[in-house]
Design a protein around this ligand. Structure first.
Ligand code: CA
Ligand code: CA
Length: 206
């Protein structure tokens, strides 16, 4: 009984805070507040919001499913109040990450993760049309292969193979999605590939 009224109280406080945050301040948190929790009628947390850089504006959102597991995380990288990275979870594990590299809300990179949470594949839209034209394939967090469609016609014209994670080496694996979006390893060796539409194959020294 006591627990029930406590839950009710928490819900009410969260509700009031929610009203304050959204109606009066447009994502601005009250002074001194760095995180807010939102609950459903059953007292289960459905969302958490944080101010990670202390500017009073929310820049980190965590959404939970009914089992209390993380469903989605959103991050605002340039602190303009709008998310630039979206991470989607399955069974509490990150499965896919979407990135707006220019921080304009337009998604131009997609990262896919394996069951261990390690990157498996990265797709990048290099034409600004929301479709991938660059694919990177990873194994054990090492970049193995890169495929490119520079003309944007849906055909792969270039494949680059990497040894030992390419020029970036293993250090490149810990980079953030934003940094990875800008990180383009330059191949040092070129060999011709005669197989049909795949006209060039590059090999980068490890
Ligand atoms: Ca902030
Ligand atoms: Ca932003």
């Amino acid at each position: 009984m006591k627990q029930h009224s406590l839950k009710k109280g928490v819900v009410f406080v969260a509700f009031l805070l929610g009203l304050f945050v959204y109606d009066s301040a447009r994502g601005q948190l009250p002074p001194g507040v760095v995180a807010s929790f939102y609950y459903d009628e059953q007292g289960r947390v459905i969302r958490q919001e944080k101010d990670t850089n202390g500017d009073g504006k929310i820049d980190f959102w965590i959404y939970y499913n009914k089992e209390g597991k993380v469903e989605r995380v959103e991050k605002d990288i340039n602190f303009d109040g709008k998310p630039d990275i979206w991470i989607f979870y399955e069974g509490g594990q990150p499965k896919r990450q979407e990135v707006s590299s220019n921080q304009d809300g337009q998604i131009d990179a997609w990262l896919y993760f394996d069951d261990k949470g390690d990157i498996e594949r990265k797709e990048v839209s290099t034409k600004g049309d929301g479709k991938p034209h660059l694919w990177e394939f990873y194994q054990n967090r090492q970049l193995l292969r890169k495929e490119e469609d520079p003309k944007g016609n849906g055909r792969v014209d270039r494949i680059t193979y990497f040894r030992d994670g390419g020029i970036g080496g293993s250090a490149g694996l810990k980079r953030t999605a934003k940094e990875m979006g800008k990180w383009i390893p330059s191949p040092t060796l070129r060999t011709a590939n005669s197989s049909g539409k795949r006209s060039i194959a590059n090999i980068a020294e490890g």
